[in-house]
Design a protein around this ligand. Structure first.
Ligand SMILES: [Zn+2]
Length: 343
């Protein structure tokens, strides 16, 4: 079995002062294990001075220290090393991690040459590696980060102070603003979000390369109509996810715009054309305007909002007051919004 999600991307909200990067204590420049040889400051520079006079295991030469790491080998020069790179290519694992003697002087000399570094900056490493395979980071990274005072963080979290963001989505009452005042301020183009729903498809014992976009659209539509307190017969226009010509017809039925099996008749009788009973994709839809993945859903919301504002020009759906947008993400997810002209 493969991992359900080898890489996770999450979002969370916190106090703005928590928007700082997550530093380790002390914050290293490179994940290179130094054991005791780095001293209390965990400096690569200190490890370079360690010799047999003060370390029993360093076999005479300065900079040979004992660390716990995986042993690797270079396919090009056949040398054994703890580095992930050698001879311009990636090295291969040779032996499981254990305590072994490593010549840090040799590694740092190579790294200084590779980065064209004359004077070695102070590079903070770590005492030991916590990962399973214990593969040290390249010292080149340590040199480059140390020169620019960059640290390795605890994780890859992206943090952003949300109070720097402009406020675009709000109810007037949330900011103690009357609708009358909002209009005086020039906000007559406002659009009200009547429903915002996202669903995933239910578990089924089917081929997972055949996502069930029908069920998840039907679930989302049902929830959205309930949330908005309207039915499909109230909708003035629709922008739906017509990634293929057949998808558009399936979604007429999934969104309840017609009875099952009636999609073809809707097209034949012009019900979904501009000027028809419920115009669908007067923008041209995905097949005409393009399908830039995530931006597709935003484009559908933009299109419907443009009609509700009466700004759609030649393709304007006359008197549009209530619009529905629909987007699919394979895997599967369905997002439906019901938007209303605010007045
Ligand atoms: Zn090599």
């Amino acid at each position: 079995m493969k991992d359900r999600a080898p890489t996770r991307v999450g979002a969370s909200m916190g106090r703005p002062e928590k928007a700082n990067e997550r530093r380790m204590k002390p914050p290293p420049n490179v994940l290179f294990p130094l054991g005791e040889a780095g001293g209390s400051q965990r400096l690569v520079n200190s490890a370079l001075k360690v010799s047999s006079s003060n370390r029993g295991f360093s076999q005479g030469r300065a900079g040979r220290i004992e660390i716990e790491a995986q042993l690797r080998y270079c396919k090009e020069c056949q040398n054994e090393t703890v580095s992930v790179r050698c001879c311009e290519s990636q090295t291969m694992p040779k032996e499981d991690p254990k305590r072994r003697l490593v010549d840090v002087t040799e590694l740092i000399t190579k790294a200084m040459n590779n980065t064209k570094t004359g004077i070695l900056p102070k590079i903070k490493g770590v005492k030991g590696l916590m990962s399973k395979y214990k593969i040290p980071e390249c010292l080149e990274k340590g040199i480059l980060r140390a020169k620019r005072d960059l640290r390795v963080y605890k994780d890859g979290t992206l943090r952003y102070d949300m109070i720097d963001l402009p406020l675009t989505h709000f109810y007037p009452k949330e900011i103690s603003l009357s609708l009358k005042k909002a209009k005086e301020l020039g906000m007559e183009r406002a659009v009200k979000v009547k429903a915002s729903v996202i669903t995933s498809d239910p578990y089924q014992e089917r081929d997972l390369v055949m996502p069930d976009v029908n069920t998840c659209t039907r679930k989302a539509a049902k929830e959205a109509y309930e949330m908005a307190g309207v039915g499909p017969e109230d909708i003035d226009l629709v922008e739906l996810h017509d990634c293929f010509a057949t998808a558009e017809m399936l979604h007429y039925e999934n969104l309840g715009l017609c009875k099952d099996g009636d999609a073809g008749r809707m097209i034949d009788e012009g019900e979904v054309a501009l000027g028809g009973r419920v115009p669908v994709n007067v923008s041209g839809g995905l097949l005409s305007k393009g399908h830039p993945l995530g931006a597709t859903g935003i484009a559908n919301i933009y299109e419907v909002s443009t009609h509700l504002r009466g700004e759609a020009g030649e393709r304007q759906v006359e008197g549009a007051k209530l619009g529905l947008t629909h987007v699919i993400g394979l895997g599967s997810a369905c997002g439906i919004h019901i938007l209303e002209k605010a007045n």
